[in-house]
Design a protein around this ligand. Structure first.
Ligand code: SF4
Ligand code: SF4
Length: 474
């Protein structure tokens, strides 16, 4: 529960709602990315979020190399799946991720001589003219690249959809999100040039008029580096802006979206959410249940630029599919907190074994303190969307003790999309999905802020999310 002073002074500035979270010294800030040593086996999920599963394209007993495709996307919303490391497929299994239970996966016994490969350095040559939309889509498709927030489907489908519908703005989100999760900032520092250049190329490829890099305006040093990178990026005068039909040739068009402009924003939580970014930067309101594409804005995460750049081919760089995830592993119970590059399909148990525990773990969370999901067991696997691993001890694991609503109105004041979480929780508890529709639960961005600020510790965010799913399925 936040203090009264935080409640009073944490508001103001930027968009409607939201709060400035109390400043904290992050244990992992500025730490370099290290590779997690290969575990003895992986269970690589064939399905992400709400998308359909990929179809296995190797047999049990087959040997695979790191980067080989093992799951084929047979529908537009599925993504290709690749073996993160060399080994032998030993079974088709079912696993749990933090977001879904009982999903199909491939068990991959890792070859004993398999050493963890360091990530490919991303030095995009200055004289490279950059990819057109078709190359971006092909690289995203072949590399199984996904974006955390923009879509459960892969990035390839999202880029193609963006181009089909047309957008005026592309926003690349480089803001910190939840407290404690600092991997995004480290990736930004390590790959700033590649991120800014990819941002410009995507802006041009989808025909956007403006391309923005959203950064924390209070972080002067990082802001300066971003400004320098944006100025330094060499971009051509013309660029291909659409995917051609097979018989067509590419059309050169005047540069659009080529200049990446900085959007320095107050890091008020949850400024990093796409609909809030679109409102803050462009001043457009996304309709409840819609996406920012509905209002002509494509929002992507800065770390997606790194995955896409890695999956692209250029002189001296072989394309590498998305097989690992850079994750912040932290929390009071962790002996060696840091940023770890983890093969997708690694069990949380193996992650915790490597980082070591200095005291008994009370709870393990996938994600951050506001929106993370507590795990029921440690066989849950790391996916392409895992953003953090928090191991909490007895002292820091706050078990809510809900009391009666005191009608303070904080949940409603702070909700970034103007919902009334208390009324929605009431409806969720009564199971009144029909009446709930008029209260627009589908607009909820699942930021967790209502639960965070509630002095009565009511499970508001869970209730609204439940209602959102029920209304969406109606
Ligand atoms: S979780 Fe949903 S209802 Fe709660 S503050 Fe965030 S957007 Fe509003
Ligand atoms: S649900 Fe919580 S935050 Fe909302 S009005 Fe009641 S006590 Fe206040």
């Amino acid at each position: 529960m936040t203090s009264v002073l935080q409640q009073v002074f944490g508001r103001g500035g930027g968009f409607r709602g939201g709060i400035f979270l109390p400043p904290r010294r992050e244990t992992t800030a500025g730490m370099p990315v290290q590779s997690l040593p290969p575990p003895s086996f992986l269970c690589v999920p064939l399905q992400y979020d709400d998308g359909p599963p990929a179809t296995p394209c190797v047999e049990v007993g087959d040997r695979v190399r790191g980067g080989d495709r093992i799951g084929r996307a047979d529908s537009p919303d599925a993504v290709d799946v690749h073996a993160p490391l060399a080994g032998r497929i030993t079974a088709l299994v079912r696993v749990d991720s933090a977001r879904r239970t009982d999903i199909p996966a491939m068990r991959l016994e890792i070859s004993p001589d398999q050493a963890e490969q360091p990530p490919t350095p991303l030095r995009v040559p200055d004289d490279w003219d950059g990819p057109g939309l078709d190359e971006l889509v092909q690289a995203a498709e072949a590399g199984g690249v996904t974006d955390d927030r923009a879509s459960p489907a892969g990035l390839a489908a999202l880029l193609a959809e963006t181009h089909r519908r047309g957008v005026r703005h592309v926003i690349i989100n480089a803001l910190p999100g939840e407290p404690m999760l600092t991997a995004g900032a480290v990736l930004l520092d390590d790959h700033l040039d590649a991120i800014v250049r990819l941002a410009g190329w995507i802006g041009m490829a989808v025909g956007a008029e403006h391309t923005w890099l959203a950064v924390d305006r209070a972080d002067g040093a990082r802001l300066r580096r971003c400004r320098i990178a944006a100025r330094r990026v060499p971009l051509g005068r013309t660029r291909r802006t659409r995917m051609p039909a097979p018989q067509e040739t590419h059309r050169a068009a005047p540069v659009a979206g080529a200049t990446v402009r900085l959007a320095p924003l107050a890091n008020k939580y949850p400024q990093h959410v796409p609909v809030v970014l679109a409102a803050s930067i462009v001043g457009v309101e996304t309709p409840p249940g819609g996406t920012t594409l509905d209002v002509g804005v494509l929002v992507l995460e800065a770390r997606t630029m790194v995955d896409l750049a890695t999956a692209l081919a250029w002189a001296g760089h072989e394309p590498v599919p998305m097989t690992h995830r850079v994750v912040t592993v932290t929390g009071p119970a962790v002996a060696r907190p840091g940023h770890y590059r983890i093969p997708v399909g690694t069990r949380f148990e193996d992650v915790l074994r490597h980082v070591g525990l200095r005291q008994a773990v009370r709870r393990v969370v996938d994600g951050g303190p506001l929106t993370g999901r507590a795990l029921g067991h440690l066989d849950v696997v790391v996916t392409k969307h895992t953003s953090g691993v928090l191991a909490l001890d007895r002292a820091t694991d706050r078990v809510p003790e809900p009391g009666p609503c005191v009608r303070c109105g904080w949940c409603q004041d702070d909700c970034p999309v103007g919902l009334d979480p208390q009324a929605l929780l009431d409806l969720a508890e009564r199971g009144d999905v029909t009446a709930a529709t008029a209260w627009h639960p589908r607009a909820c961005v699942e930021c967790g802020l209502c639960s965070y600020v509630c002095p009565a510790q009511l499970p508001l965010a869970e209730g609204v999310a439940r209602l959102k799913r029920a209304v969406s399925c109606k």
